[in-house]
Design a protein around this ligand. Sequence first.
Ligand code: NAI
Ligand code: ISE
Length: 337
Amino acid sequence: MTLNIGVIGCGAIGQDHIRRLTRTLSGAQVVAVTDINPQLAQDAVSSYGLNAEIYSDGINLILASDVQAVLVASWGPTHEEYVLKSIEQGKPVFCEKPLAVTAEGCKRIVDAEQAHGRRLVQVGFMRPYDDGYRALKSVIDSGTIGAPLMLHCAHRNQSVGERYTTDMAITDTLIHELDVLRWLLNEDYVSTQVVYPKKTRNASIHLADPQIVMLETVSGVRIDVEVFVNCQYGYDIQCEVVGEKGTARLPDPPAVALKNAALHSLPVMTDWKERFIASYDVELQAFIDGVGAGALTGPSAWDGYSAAIAADACVLAQQSGKVERIKIAERPTFYSN
Ligand code: NAI
Ligand code: ISE
């Protein structure tokens, strides 16, 4: 059976998801698109040769009788309304991060989904599908390096636009670490603090860049994440786990080591779409397959809610300069797969 998907938001990741749904993955087709910029919706239809209806807005797209599942890739503040409407209609929904821009918004989604009685939401946290992170988790779970004590991580982007603000370092960027690190360690966070190193001259006047976010987990693991979104040299994701008996490091993507003109070099990626291209494929295929099987297994609304609670505390810590508590409730059995 082919799953008919409607896509809301045809910008950078919306178009990329339409490309993979159309050319790479199996079991789904895009039958409806919308964007507040109608030209982008039209471009998506033309670029990928879609046989899809262009809707004037997301709500009408969700209500369309031939749309069986929804993919939300519009701007963050619009996500909550579309996810709630999809749940109301009993339609599975793949929602890009963030699930909602506040923890309260995520909670409304969690409540609506539980009231519906079955999981309908998958959040676009793709890193748990990345081969490197999965290999790292296997090493941790095997006990080879003993109990994890510390994590040293970095999330570096080449540059960001003028509209990127200090809080977005948390809500747009760190949010990936907030999700993947609690999955990696299988435990939640209890506190956070944010400190600001010397500011780079390459950041806009209103942006504090870089930042270091320090997290503590329930069992006392200490995590530092450097978020540096104008690092200039590339898109670079790092994660080293220090355990009682050894260390384990997230591998860089495979690349050809070049020896030339008296230099030994490895390329560094610059585009997040390329760095995690395989994980985006796998997460979306998992959504299609999960809908087909009647059981979604990917990052849930609860994961989106938990990351949002941690993000809210990190934004508070950015402003207060103090250690702020993170209070994540126990995972309900509804979400325990
Ligand atoms: P973008 O700005 O390139 O695209 C967003 C599109 O949504 C724009 O074309 C805009 O016109 C459209 N849009 C905004 N509000 C709308 C509405 N109410 N109805 C219909 N269309 C609407 O942004 P980008 O980079 O594609 O990000 C979109 C979302 O995906 C964001 O939430 C972002 O955080 C997330 N994202 C996730 C990534 C990941 O690694 N999982 C990577 C990049 C983005
Ligand atoms: C972007 O919004 C994403 O979600 C990418 O995955 C992330 O790595 C990048 O820093 C964000 O700007």
